[in-house]
Design a protein around this ligand. Structure first.
Ligand SMILES: [Fe+2]
Length: 363
């Protein structure tokens, strides 16, 4: 576990007088304590979970009812996910006219590095909360000066400035090569209005539970996301990979178990608004104990942190098939479901045949 202040980014964050939350998870971003960030003139907090330290930033910012935040210009790309409320963002590049779009809870969008974003709350009564995810800790390891990244007047031109025109238009689907060389469907855009309602999903075979997935990319950005959706009263296979991911829950109720091989397990309870990070190379496994499909939205670090599990041949080492899992896993799931007055619908065959696959026919 990293000591507070270990990295250049930590020293900067600690100097701001804004709350910094650490640990394995934040149960509810909608209520996590915030404090005044004087320079920003906004209530904010930073979240550096175990496994994100020195790599990726999660920050929560609140916009008061009817309020508009000071313009925000970060030299690096930043994704924003709306935790609560509804509002509007205007994004500008240099002296350009800017693009505006409205958003509400569960929206996801990307502000390209060097662009200025102005966020307003369109409700006169309810605050709005925005979760930001970016690579600021990594960037500050290279350039140890926050001023270089905040309000830097250098306005660089994107490789495809023509995309500005339709920058926040509807996302489009493309077929891209996944790690391992298999083509997969990727949604490409800067604005995804509702991750709780998003239904353009494809089967995610091999990870169990009959789960579905959407892969998201932003034009010219290294930041990517995926969101998994899996049925009530099922759970996915344990797997492990590199650090720096942030996982937020748009909908559902369940828990995740995380552990370093051979070590004690950490149980993360989650519901809408929860956030957690699987530490580097820790196994993690997701369980749905609610009555509806659960969905988790993952924010990805740069590709060099992807770690294991990205290729088919890594599965044997970095994924635990149901027949090989510890009995405790199944017992814990049954016990949690019992507390909800229900039982597992995991097929018995899944525990007998490691090649068992859910029926995705008709899709
Ligand atoms: Fe994972």
């Amino acid at each position: 576990m990293a000591e507070p202040g270990k990295y250049a980014y930590d020293r900067w964050v600690d100097s701001l007088g804004v709350p910094v939350h650490r640990g394995y998870f934040v149960e509810d971003l909608r209520t996590v304590p915030l404090g005044k960030w004087d320079q920003r003139e906004a209530d904010s907090c930073f979240i550096q979970l175990n496994g994100a330290e020195g790599i990726t930033e999660v920050r929560v910012t609140e916009i008061p009812p009817g309020g508009t935040l000071k313009p925000w210009t970060l030299a690096i790309d930043e994704t924003m996910y709306i935790v609560s409320g509804r509002g509007m963002t205007t994004v500008r590049h240099s002296e350009g006219p800017g693009r505006s779009f409205e958003w509400q809870k569960n929206a996801l969008f990307m502000i390209p590095g060097g662009y200025t974003a102005e966020l307003s709350n369109m409700s006169g009564t309810e605050p709005a909360r925005v979760m930001s995810y970016n690579y600021m800790p990594l960037a500050m390891t290279v350039v140890d000066n926050a001023k270089y990244f905040l309000n830097n007047p250098f306005a660089y031109t994107r490789r495809e400035p023509s995309t500005d025109e339709n920058m926040y238009a509807e996302a489009k689907v493309q077929t891209a090569d996944a790690p391992g060389g298999m083509p997969r469907q990727v949604w490409y855009g800067n604005f995804f209005p509702d991750m709780k309602g998003w239904d353009k999903l494809v089967p995610f075979k091999g990870r169990g539970a009959g789960g579905h997935v959407v892969f998201i990319r932003y034009p010219e950005s290294n930041i990517t996301n995926h969101m998994s959706v899996f049925p009530s009263r099922t759970y996915k296979k344990a797997h492990r990979h590199g650090p720096g991911r942030a996982i937020v829950i748009p909908d559902g109720e369940g828990f995740s178990v995380m552990w370093e091989e051979g070590k004690d397990k950490v149980v993360i309870p989650w519901h809408e608004g929860s956030l957690f990070t699987p530490p580097d190379k820790w196994f993690h496994q997701h369980f749905n104990v609610g009555a509806i499909p659960a969905r988790y939205l993952a924010f990805h670090p740069p590709a060099q942190f992807a770690g294991y599990s990205e290729k088919v041949e890594d599965r044997r080492r970095d994924q635990i098939e149901y027949p090989q899992e510890e009995p405790w896993i199944r017992e814990k799931f049954a016990a949690e479901l019992k507390g909800h007055g229900t039982t597992s619908i995991m097929p018995e065959q899944a525990y007998k045949d490691e090649n068992f696959e859910w029926d995705y026919k008709g899709e």
